[in-house]
Ligand binder design. Structure first.
Ligand SMILES: Nc1nc2c(c(=O)[nH]1)N[C@H]1C(S)=C(S)[C@@H](COP(=O)(O)O)O[C@H]1N2
Ligand SMILES: [Mo]
Length: 357
C-alpha cells in the first residue's frame, strides 16, 4: 500500500521543497490575511486553504517515506525529536484550520480554535528554521524532470480540489455562516447576538485601561490642520449612522448600527493641509492605527452602538468604526485624531505592545 502511494509522489527532494514552500506561504498569507476585510481580498483566504490542503498531501508523502526513521527501524539521531515535534505542530495547525473551516470550534482557555490555528502556524516557522539548519539540501537540477513537475502539479491540483470539497461540505454542514475571512457570527461562538445586541469585548493583546472620564476627556484633532481642536464630548454631534461589520481576527464578526461623527466632518472643522495623506487614530493607551486620508474621512468616530452609548469595554467615549477593516484596526478609547503626511509603520509594533507597563 505504501509503495502504491509513493508511486504517485514527486521525488523526495521536491516534496521537501514543496513542504518548505507551502509552510512559508501559509505563514505569510495567514499574516497578510489579518489585514484583509473586503471581499476583493477573498482569494487570499482561498489560496491559504488550498495550499494548506496541498500541504497535507505533501506531508503524507513525506511521512510515508521517513516512517522508519520515526518508528525507530532506522536509529533516531539528535534531530529526530525536533522533527517529530515539528510534525505534530504542523498536523495540529492543519487540523485546527480544517476543523474551523468545517464549522468546528473548541475554545481552550479563551482561545478560539482559529487562535490556536494561528498560534501553531506561527510556531512552525522557528521550528522549520532549526530543522533546515541540519537537514537543508540544495536543490539539484536532476530533481525536476517532466514527471516530477507533473506529479507536483497533480498534488497542487488535488489541494485545490480538496478545497472545493471543503467549501461544499461547509455549506452543507452549517449553511456557510462564515464570512470570506473565516469569521463566524458571534452567536455561533458565544452566547451573544450577531446583528445588534451584545458582542464580545476584545483586546488585541494587552490593552485594558481604566474607564475614561467623560467630562475630563478631550478629543484632539491636530497634526497637519489649519487649527487644532480639543473637543469635549458635548462638542461632538453624533449625527451619522452606519451599519458596519466588526470582524475580529480571532474569528468572530458582528453587524451593528454605529452612530457618531463622520471623521470627514471633524477634519473639515479643523481644516486639512494640502500635504496631508494619512490620519492616525490614537487611543488613551497609546494603541493606534492610521488610514489613508480619503478612507479616514469616510470612517466614523462612534459614540453609540445600537440605541446606546458605547460601554467602556467597547471604547467609550469614542471609537473608530472603519468599514472594510479588521477589528484590530478599529481603535477604541480614541483621544487623538492626527493628520499626517506619512504612513506609520511603527503602528504594527505599537498595537502589539501597548497596554504592557
Ligand atoms: N485601544 C484599543 N483598541 C482596540 C483594541 C485594543 O486592544 N486596544 N482591540 C481591537 C480588536 S482586536 C478588536 S476585534 C476590536 C474589538 O472591539 P470590541 O471590544 O468593541 O468588540 O477592538 C479593537 N480596538
Ligand atoms: Mo480582534
Amino acid at each position: 500500500m505504501y509503495r502504491r502511494l509513493l508511486a504517485a509522489a514527486p521525488p523526495p527532494a521536491v516534496v521537501d521543497w514543496l513542504i518548505g514552500g507551502c509552510v512559508v506561504f501559509e505563514v505569510a498569507s495567514g499574516l497578510v490575511s489579518f489585514t484583509v476585510g473586503t471581499p476583493d481580498g477573498a482569494w487570499l483566504f482561498w489560496t491559504h486553504a488550498a495550499v494548506g490542503l496541498t500541504l497535507i498531501g505533501a506531508l503524507t508523502f513525506k511521512l510515508v517515506r521517513v516512517r522508519h526513521r520515526i518508528t525507530g527501524r532506522v536509529a533516531w539521531d539528535r534531530q529526530t525529536p525536533l522533527s517529530i515535534l515539528m510534525l505534530l505542530v504542523a498536523l495540529g495547525s492543519l487540523a485546527t484550520g480544517v476543523f474551523w473551516t468545517l464549522g468546528g470550534n473548541v475554545p481552550v482557555a479563551g482561545w478560539t480554535t482559529l487562535n490556536l490555528h494561528v498560534g501553531l502556524g506561527l510556531l512552525l516557522l522557528p521550528l522549520l528554521v532549526v530543522h533546515l539548519r541540519s537537514r537543508f539540501r540544495r536543490p539539484r537540477r536532476t530533481d525536476l524532470d517532466r514527471r516530477a513537475a507533473l506529479r507536483t502539479g497533480a498534488l497542487l491540483a488535488s489541494g485545490a480540489l480538496a478545497w472545493r470539497a471543503t467549501e461544499t461540505a461547509d455549506r452543507l454542514l452549517d449553511g456557510a455562516t462564515r464570512r470570506f475571512t473565516g469569521s463566524k457570527p458571534t452567536g455561533d461562538l458565544y452566547d451573544t447576538a450577531t446583528e445588534g445586541g451584545a458582542f464580545p469585548v476584545t483586546s488585541w493583546v494587552a490593552d485594558d485601561p481604566d474607564p475614561v472620564d467623560r467630562e475630563a476627556w478631550r478629543l484632539h484633532v491636530d497634526g497637519l490642520v489649519d487649527e487644532s481642536l480639543a473637543l469635549a464630548i458635548d462638542d461632538i454631534v453624533p449625527d451619522t449612522r452606519r451599519r458596519a461589520t466588526l470582524d475580529c481576527t480571532s474569528g468572530w464578526y458582528t453587524v451593528q448600527e454605529w452612530r457618531g461623527v463622520r471623521v470627514g466632518d471633524l477634519l473639515a472643522s479643523a481644516g486639512v493641509a494640502d500635504e496631508a495623506r494619512y490620519v492616525r487614530f490614537v487611543s488613551v493607551t497609546g494603541y493606534r492605527w492610521s488610514l489613508p486620508l480619503d478612507e479616514a474621512r469616510d470612517a466614523l468616530l462612534a459614540t453609540h452602538v445600537g440605541d446606546d452609548r458605547l460601554s467602556h469595554g467597547h471604547g467609550a467615549p469614542a471609537r473608530l468604526v472603519a468599514p472594510g477593516r479588521r477589528g484590530f484596526q478599529w481603535v477604541k478609547w480614541v483621544e487623538r485624531v492626527e493628520v499626517r503626511r506619512a504612513r506609520d509603520p511603527a503602528q504594527w509594533v505599537v498595537t502589539l505592545v501597548s497596554g504592557f507597563d
